[in-house]
Design a binder for this molecule. Structure first.
Ligand code: NAP
Length: 333
């Protein structure tokens, strides 16, 4: 059983811990929150008994070996750093870091701490359908283009419209549509096609300079990938990858529910696997590696996911720069 400590007491933490405990691989033992009341309110129903409001004491604690970090994006860097220095395995929510400078510092630290398993919780790449799409791409004659959509109205946009300052719509917290939702689509593109040779982002900025929505273009040598991202409206468009006369169609490029390959005769063939819970695959993968980190295959997977995380972090940064979006975290050393 892997003892788990968590940072962040929001909805995603609840979903993560609930799913993690269902696998019988993880047990929540420690919760960090800015208030003891919230830590207890979150942790007690799971049977956790250790509650912290001091981050140093939390990380020095021996009651957990793996930390799940689901705090606002700008805090991930310092928290991951502290976790590695305290020899904790790290599962950090996407987007792991604000920019390549932070990523580089973490890579250096990980090299000095080979005992630590590090994962960015990019759930889509762990789903069986993600691998099934990659496999199908290998059988298609050619790829001519791709259009990926993820537009989901954020419940926090109501607060923004009321003049409040929710974290996810601020430059201070390294947030916005590209970082929050675009990250899934960038993972899709880089995971399936590799690193693009050129990228451009055309955001619709809100009055504080954050991107509420936008269109991104990733240019590959023989085709382009278009990303349609938004937190201020809902889209029900499917996403598609265009072959010659065949097409892969996904109902949702981030959740990969229904995926089909439509052949040149317009016959649809389901591919992949419908998952009721989109966190279960990544959690099982993390447990598998943490339980046997030095197995050859597990070492390879860690390396592969880390490489992908580095590439995605770089692409997100270049997209942001192309649109003149600067985070507060970009100014820090
Ligand atoms: N994988 C997924 O499907 C998924 C879904 C949603 C979110 N996420 C990711 O999960 C992370 C958290 O997202 P979220 O929407 O839960 O964020 P959030 O509500 O803004 O904050 C998460 C938690 O961090 C603490 N917190 C909030 N504001 C803070 C501040 N100013 N300073 C310090 N701590 C603060 C709060 O816990 P306390 O009050 O207990 O301290 C809060 O519950 C993000 O990286 C996001 O991208 C992933």
């Amino acid at each position: 059983m892997i003892n788990l400590g968590i940072i962040g007491t929001g909805m995603i933490s609840r979903n993560f811990v609930t799913t993690a405990e269902k696998t019988n691989e993880f047990k929540l033992t420690a919760v960090y929150s800015r208030t003891e009341e919230r830590a207890k309110e979150f942790g007690e129903p799971f049977g956790a008994q250790n509650f912290f409001t001091d981050l140093n004491k939390f990380f020095e604690s021996e009651v957990f070996s793996t930390v799940y970090i689901a705090s606002p994006n700008d805090l991930h860097f310092q928290q991951v750093k502290q976790a590695i220095l305290n020899h904790k395995n790290v599962i950090v929510e996407k987007p792991a870091f604000s920019n390549p400078n932070e990523m580089k510092q973490i890579i250096t630290l990980l090299q000095a701490h080979p005992e630590v398993c590090f994962f960015e919780a990019a759930r889509t790449i762990h789903e069986p359908s993600f691998a099934a799409i990659k496999e199908k791409l290998g059988t298609m004659k050619t790829i001519q283009g791709t259009s990926l959509t993820y537009q989901k109205y954020s419940s926090r946009y109501d607060a923004f419209l009321e003049g409040k300052n929710p974290n996810i719509f601020t430059l201070k917290h390294s947030a916005g549509a590209l970082q929050d939702l675009g990250v899934y689509l960038v993972y899709d593109a880089v995971g399936w096609f590799g690193v693009p040779e050129e990228v451009h982002y055309f955001p619709v900025k809100l009055e504080n300079g954050i991107d509420g929505s936008g269109i991104a273009i990733l240019k590959y040598p023989h085709f382009q990938v278009e990303l349609n991202i938004g937190k201020t409206s809902n889209s029900y468009l499917p996403s598609e990858i265009y072959g010659l006369k065949d097409t892969i169609v996904m109902d949702n490029a981030a959740d990969l529910n229904e995926v089909k390959w439509v052949d040149d005769q317009r016959n649809a063939h389901p591919i992949g696997q419908l998952m009721e819970n989109h966190l279960i695959s990544e959690i099982k993968d993390f447990a598998k590696i943490i339980n046997d980190p030095n197995k050859d295959l597990n070492r390879q997977l860690r390396k592969q996911w880390l490489q992908l995380a580095i590439q995605v972090n770089r692409v997100l940064y270049e997209l942001r720069l192309s649109a003149g979006i600067r985070f507060d975290a970009d100014e820090l050393k």
